[in-house]
Design a protein around this ligand. Sequence first.
Ligand SMILES: Cc1cc2nc3c(=O)[nH]c(=O)nc-3n(C[C@H](O)[C@H](O)[C@H](O)COP(=O)(O)OP(=O)(O)OC[C@H]3O[C@@H](n4cnc5c(N)ncnc54)[C@H](O)[C@@H]3O)c2cc1C
Length: 367
Amino acid sequence: MTESTLPAALRDGIDQLIADTLAPQVEAIDHGQFPEAFLRALGRLGGFGAALPIAQGGLGLDLAAQVEIIAQVARTCGTTAFTVWCQSSCVWYLRQSHNTAAQARYLPALARGELLAGTGMSNAVKHLAGIERINLRARREGTGYRVNGALPWVSNLGPGHLLIAAAALDEGGYLMFAVPSGAEGSTLRACPSFSGLEGSGTYGVHLRNVLVPADDVLADAEDFCAYMQRIKPGFLLTQIGMGVGLVQASIDTIHAANRRLQHVNCYLDDQEDDLARELHALLSTTQALARQDQAAPLLSVLRARAQGSELSLRATQSAALHAGAAGYLMSSPAQRRLREALFVAIVTPALKHLRKEIQALEALQAA
Ligand SMILES: Cc1cc2nc3c(=O)[nH]c(=O)nc-3n(C[C@H](O)[C@H](O)[C@H](O)COP(=O)(O)OP(=O)(O)OC[C@H]3O[C@@H](n4cnc5c(N)ncnc54)[C@H](O)[C@@H]3O)c2cc1C
């Protein structure tokens, strides 16, 4: 395994918290319990602000450390790792904003997990990649904006949580903004049941003439394109943490199953050593890119994110095959991880979306 980028005390503290608070709740979370107590406690350890300077309430480490924290959580619970990604992404968005009023209002509370937040960016990210129409529209009103529209599913939400999203402006361009809980005109609606990620606090969000004051604008139309470039590498690289943890856990499952079944499991694809080698390569690449922060080349970042999805799908399937019928029990983490890995490959940017962007960038470079 690639060397840990986390200080030992932090790593051990998070491991202990996972063992005490998260591990006993994993099945309940899979069936719909939101891991609030764990998230609040992880916030107190600094688990959402690894890449945030100490002066802003973070740990003063880097994105590679944030990837590792998300992977540590995903090794036990993919759903919770996704909520950690949501929260740390919101910290990342605030950090990259030039709006010091919004930073002062939200950043320390987000980094400490006192304020939980959802990132409703899938639609905008897909829209900017030419995949779908934008759902939210904004028009100027005084120094602020009025926003209308709906997002079908946004996670890490609940009463008291903050929403961060983007809208197209009537006059042209885009806007990224925060909506505090209880803002007039904003409502959360329950989603239909999912096959996994049920405890991710996922809701449909409806915004009806919601007022976004200037203090809650993270990027205005002038800054939006540059802002998206600033946040995109971190957005993608930290998602790889979810895949890394799932692959690590799958390798653990394969190792355990092979104590009894090596004589027949040896006929399966994606053996423990192969997966460990590929995981090591993915993690090294991801950490090297994460240390470059916003300077990381986008094509390499997209390729690493796609590899994270592909490897998660293969590793979780191999683990389920290695575990056999025992892995098919509802109580088995092997079958849960198959569903979690599928989520890594469908959450924006989905594997198909990544391949579209990779192909477009490769064509651009070849021209
Ligand atoms: C459990 C879960 C949690 C998610 N959390 C977030 C989050 O925190 N933030 C966020 O921005 N996005 C979130 N998403 C959305 C996710 O990132 C993808 O955008 C979504 O899964 C669609 O991607 P796709 O590639 O399948 O879209 P496509 O295949 O291009 O699908 C087309 C569009 O149709 C919509 N659609 C399809 N079926 C339905 C339906 N039954 N009801 C409503 N719309 C539908 C999809 O949203 C999608 O935009 C979540 C999705 C799931 C399943």
